[in-house]
Design a protein around this ligand. Structure first.
Ligand code: UT7
Length: 310
């Protein structure tokens, strides 16, 4: 039996920062941001809310959805590049707050592909029978590492968290195939010094190729074809990158998760937030073939092909 997703949750801060608001902060405009990125607004966490706080809210929702108690968790994996502190890890902070006493806990650092790395790590522990239930969270407070004077990056990012509870699912369902990868030679194109620094064009070119290639690879590995895919959840970085993947899979528009308009790029949180939202909207149903694909700083990437359902 495969590892799969038992429950999903998300949290986004209340404060909305619109493109019009950004026009007051940097030399940009709503038209440019909308047409070049697909983003209209993003959420920004307040001074009292850090990555662990958002992770907690998303985790509570995922546990409730999975109908599993925190004490039953064997492991907590938190994907983040914006931890509250270098240590203790966000996962340890979360373990305490949830009261997940028996859970091992560690953070995963793979930037925007972090959630994919987390899910695939969880899968290994579950399918080897070492652990029964693993909580995987993507959480980011990117606003604290955003240079609000740099229009190349300030318009892109947002804060939020998404979480899944994973465990074994019924025969034929769950994770069917995956691909993880890294190319450290591209690290210079997207990194954090004090703030996020990015060569947008280089990352764009890499992302368009990688997102489409990895999606195709996992579909083939699962013994399926593009026609079998019911829903695509791409990392919500730029609508043009997402559209390139969708077109490569020849999927109609309504079969792709699209939360970028409201939340911008929330890095490791983007895929689980999109998953939670589209699931709630009834766009993902039991036995659907779902492809998730992400890329990020590192450079890193990951894709998963799964059959939805417990
Ligand atoms: O999770 C991974 C994170 N990173 C990404 O996913 C980023 C991937 N890259 C991208 O999404 C795109 O490259 C961007 C959205 C960052 C930029 O879009 P682009 O179409 O590649 O624009 P560009 O960098 O080629 O810039 C085009 C023009 C430039 O002006 P000139 O030189 O043609 O006069 C920029 O100065 O747009 C200008 N520009 C802006 N104008 C208004 C760049 N940023 C802005 C802005 N507002 N915010």
């Amino acid at each position: 039996m495969n590892a799969g997703i038992l429950g999903v949750g998300k949290y986004v801060p209340e404060k909305v920062l619109t493109n019009q608001d950004l026009e007051e902060i940097v030399d940009t405009n709503d038209e440019w941001i909308r047409t070049r990125t697909g983003i209209e607004e993003r959420r920004i966490a307040d001074d009292h809310t850090d990555s662990s706080d958002m992770a907690y809210e998303a985790a509570v929702e995922a546990l409730k959805h999975a109908n599993i108690k925190a004490e039953e968790l064997d492991m907590i994996l938190v994907a983040t590049v914006t931890p509250d502190h270098p240590f203790p890890s966000v996962s340890c902070m979360l373990q305490e707050r949830l009261g997940a006493k028996k859970a091992a806990a560690m953070d995963v650092s793979a930037a925007c592909a972090g959630f994919m790395y987390g899910v695939i790590t969880a899968k290994q522990f579950i399918e080897s029978n070492a652990y029964k239930y693993v909580l995987v969270v993507g959480t980011e407070k990117l606003s604290k590492v955003t240079d609000w004077n740099d229009r190349n990056t300030a318009v892109l990012f947002g804060d939020g968290a998404g979480a899944v509870v994973m465990g074994k699912v019924s025969e034929g369902r769950g994770i069917l195939s995956f691909e993880l990868g890294a190319d450290g030679t591209g690290g210079k194109h997207l990194y954090q010094d004090e703030y996020i620094i990015m060569n947008g064009r280089e990352v764009f070119k890499f992302a368009v190729r990688q997102m489409a290639d990895s999606s195709v690879h996992v579909i083939e590995q699962a013994g399926l074809t593009k026609d079998d895919v019911d829903f695509l959840i791409p990392h919500q970085a730029n609508i043009r990158i997402m559209e390139a993947s969708r077109q490569r899979l020849a999927l109609p528009e309504e079969k792709m998760a699209k939360t970028i308009r409201k939340y911008g790029n929330t890095s490791s949180a983007s895929i689980p937030i999109a998953m939670a939202e589209e699931l709630q909207a009834g766009k993902i149903k039991d036995d659907d073939v779902v492809v998730m694909v992400g890329f990020g700083g590192g450079l890193t990437w990951g894709a998963i092909c799964m059959r939805w359902g417990r």
